[in-house]
Design a protein around this ligand. Structure first.
Ligand code: GRG
Length: 289
């Protein structure tokens, strides 16, 4: 992951606009939001799924950069006062704190837009059908039927809390799962694979994404408990139902591990070539940050 992180950082650095003297802070703030931080998990999924089908690394890295642009935009907007109102992200002040709210909104808009410009460019793939398939899949994953729809459900849950696992699963599948699914399917799209192997990657992404979210809830609760005594995590403090608030710590942890195992089983069809993806499924439940 560290190696992919370095490679995608280089591609992002090349693609993002360079700050110009006398120009507004937009380009500088885009670089502030997208460079030098994060686990680069989604790029790693794109690169790993692409390796399964022997896709050229430079194509995979451009798709990886595009999905990371979308992810960074979502974090910048999620941190805004109108949404989660956070002061810190990736260990530094959030974009609206380092710059201002209007700049942070524009940074998100510009990263979102540039992601599609990158996918539509002939450098990403010589075949226009592949480029259209990538654009369509990423648009679905990030729009109202995917991440943005999930964020809308999340905002609504602040007013009317969710009470059952089915509703929380649906919310998380859209809010965070859809981008994971795109990242895993990207290799199959780039490799022009339309058979059950694409379905296997979707199934893997579904289970791994839920395991990631349960682990995130566990980190939230345990991180807070370590930091400031026994106070609840952020979502719980806000009265939001989470996997952990409904299942309890132990059952939630067991469920995350079960989902990671299940995710790995979907990869049987790829044999040892999918070991990187198996490692991701275990990493998301074992991580401490
Ligand atoms: C504002 C349209 C819009 C969408 C926001 C994904 C999202 C939707 C918001 C992120 C809020 C959040 C902290 C969700 C919890 C799970 C999550 C996606 C954490 C951040 O992803 P990581 O752990 O972050 O991959 P890094 O920094 O490592 O890239």
């Amino acid at each position: 992951m560290a190696e992919t992180g370095t490679q995608v950082e280089r591609v992002l650095d090349r693609l993002l606009p360079k700050p110009e003297r006398g120009e507004p802070a937009l380009a500088e703030a885009m670089r502030y939001a997208a460079l030098g931080g994060g686990k680069r998990l989604r790029p790693f999924l794109v690169v790993s799924s692409s390796r399964l089908f022997s896709v050229g690394e430079s194509c995979a890295l451009r798709v990886a950069a595009a999905v990371e642009m979308i992810h960074c935009y979502s974090l910048v907007h999620d941190d805004l006062p109108a949404m989660d109102n956070d002061d810190l992200r990736r260990g530094k002040p959030t974009t609206h704190k380092a710059y201002d709210e209007a700049t942070a909104i524009l940074v998100g808009d510009a990263l979102l837009t540039q992601a599609f410009e990158v996918l539509a460019d002939v450098e990403t793939h010589a075949d226009p059908k592949v480029r259209i398939a990538l654009v369509t899949a990423l648009a679905r994953a990030s729009g109202a039927a995917g991440m943005v729809g999930g964020q809308a459900l999340d905002m609504a849950a602040e007013v009317t809390p969710l009470t059952d696992i089915g509703s929380i699963t649906r919310l998380q599948r859209l809010k965070t799962g859809a981008l994971f699914e795109f990242s895993c399917e990207a290799g199959a799209i780039l490799g022009k694979v339309e058979d059950s192997r694409r379905g296997a990657l979707q199934a893997y992404a579904h289970d791994m994404g839920l395991a990631f979210q349960i682990a995130d809830d566990l980190l939230d609760v345990r991180g807070r408990a370590e930091e400031i005594g026994k106070t609840p995590g952020k979502d719980q403090a806000a009265g939001k139902a989470t996997f952990v608030s409904i299942l309890g710590l132990d059952r939630a942890e067991a469920q995350a591990r079960l989902l990671a195992e299940q995710a790995c089983r979907h990869l049987d069809v790829f044999g040892g070539r999918a070991d990187d993806l198996r490692a991701v499924a275990h990493f998301v439940v074992d991580r401490r940050a």
